[in-house]
Every structure is written in C-alpha cells, then in structure tokens.
Design a protein around this ligand. Structure first.
Ligand SMILES: O=C(O)CCC(=O)C(=O)O
Length: 260
C-alpha cells in the first residue's frame, strides 16, 4: 500500500498516522505466535489464556525483561522493515538508519486498577534540529491487541509543529518550554483532574491544534510518528500484557546533530 494525499497531509498536520492491517498477515501471525510461545514457556500464557492479574509478582516482572531480550531478533526487524516504503514516502526519499539493530519490544504487565492519561514521562526521542525540520520517523506496531486500558503509548498530535524555531533543543528543554503553555502545564501536572478529557478535546497552542491520542490497535496495524512528537508510556489497567514493537528511523543527514 502507498500513502495517499490525505495520509500525507495528516502526517504533516498531526505528526501521527495509523494504518490498519498494513503488515503481511503471515509474518504477523508468526510474530504473534513466537511471542506467545515465549510467554507460554514462562507460564504466563497457558491453554489460550493469559495467566496474569493486577498483582504481578517480582518474578513475573523479571520474566518479562528476559522475554524482551528474546524478542530482539531479525524476524521482528523484518516485520517492522515492511514500513520502510511509507517512511521513504514521508521523508521524500531521504536516507534513514534505524537507531537500534532490532526493534525495541514495549512490554507492560498489568500495573494499575484504572487507566488515565498519564502526567509523567512525556518526552521526545530526538532533538529539535537547527533547521526546524523532521529528524526522522518512529514506527509502532502490535504483537497483541492494545485497547485504551492496556498501556497504549500516548502522543500529543500537533506537538511536532511547536518549538521549531529555537535551534537545538533536547527533550528536557522541549518539555520545560512546553510547560509554559497552559495546555501542557495541565497535561503534565499530577493534580489535574478529569485527565481523560485530553483524549476528547482538541486545544490550540499558538496556531497549532493539539490533542492526546492513544496508540490502540491490533497486530498488523502500524502507527508512524514524526520524531518531534511529544509522547509517553501509560499504565496497564487490563489483565493482559501490552506487547508492542517500536523502531526509530533517523535521517542520515541529521546524524551528527541528533547524537552530537
Ligand atoms: O509506550 C511506551 O512504553 C513508551 C514508548 C516510548 O516512549 C518510546 O518509544 O519512545
């Protein structure tokens, strides 16, 4: 599938697009089955069911860390690489490189009783470039269904269009500066009530529309995110693990500036 104009425009405006059922079904089925097998070997998946509840033990947490290591492999790199033509399209054919040899597994075991838009850990994974342009694209996909209560990564769409005229800014600087805006001040403040309204409301920061969007989806779906978008992990208030994969593709032309 190629991107159409409306997806290209959405990526420009919101910095995040979601393409359902994009990855090849056979590769996705193999990846899901391999992943469940790893959990099965540790007794967390048995006879077609997850064996987890809110009281995750320390042993289960350490098991999930060792499973993460087993998910760093070529099979998953090949799966995520299916998104390369789309990234190429979004970046007008500019050369990119992945930040890691293998995609990073994002696993969150149940850890909360209720889900809400988080107030902590908002960040960006790339500096603002001196030229104000996009530093690269991050791909996300799913190895199990991720619903709103199951620790979706949350992103502030539109945030990639803010603070592009101030030279190099690191994640901490971006977040500090954004906090000067009422919207971000409320989003990042732990005492802000009714936090899930951030999912419903589109607000304006300067001339930019911003909104919190949870990356919910199914195996096979992908999200492509501009690396300037502010995002955060969220809690898992479900009874199944959140299992996603992500990889960041940086522009070759900005290599020195990004790591400099
Ligand atoms: O959902 C998560 O665990 C957070 C992902 C994230 O922050 C990232 O990939 O940079």
């Amino acid at each position: 599938m190629a991107l159409n104009d409306s997806l290209r425009e959405e990526f420009k405006l919101r910095g995040l697009i979601n393409i359902k059922d994009y990855l090849p079904a056979q590769k996705v089925a193999e990846a899901v089955s391999y992943t469940r097998h790893q959990f099965e070997q540790e007794g967390l998946w048995k006879t077609g069911e997850w064996k987890l509840d809110y009281d995750v033990t320390k042993e289960q947490l350490s098991v999930s860390k060792s499973i993460k290591r087993k998910l760093k492999n070529q099979q998953f790199a090949d799966l995520v690489a299916e998104a390369m033509p789309l990234i190429d399209d979004l970046l007008n054919g500019q050369a990119v490189y992945p930040s890691l040899d293998y995609p990073q597994p994002l696993i969150t075991l149940p850890n909360a009783l209720e889900w809400e838009v988080p107030f902590r850990s908002w960040h960006v994974d790339a500096v603002r470039l001196v030229n104000g342009g996009i530093p690269g694209v991050q791909v996300f996909t799913f190895l199990e269904s991720v619903t709103l209560d199951c620790a979706p990564t949350v992103a502030v769409t539109g945030s990639h269009r803010l603070l592009n005229d101030q030279g190099t800014l690191r994640s901490k600087d971006v977040v500090e500066q954004l906090k000067q805006e009422l919207y971000f001040n409320e989003l990042l403040h732990k005492n802000t009530p009714d936090r899930n309204r951030f999912l419903e409301e589109t607000r304006q920061v300067g001339t930019v529309d911003v909104q919190v969007v949870p990356m919910v989806g199914e195996p096979g779906d992908i999200y492509l995110m501009d690396l300037r978008v502010v995002h955060a992990p969220s809690d898992n208030a479900s009874s199944i693990p959140r299992i996603m994969l992500t990889q960041r593709f940086f522009l070759e032309s900005a290599r020195a500036e990004v790591w400099g």
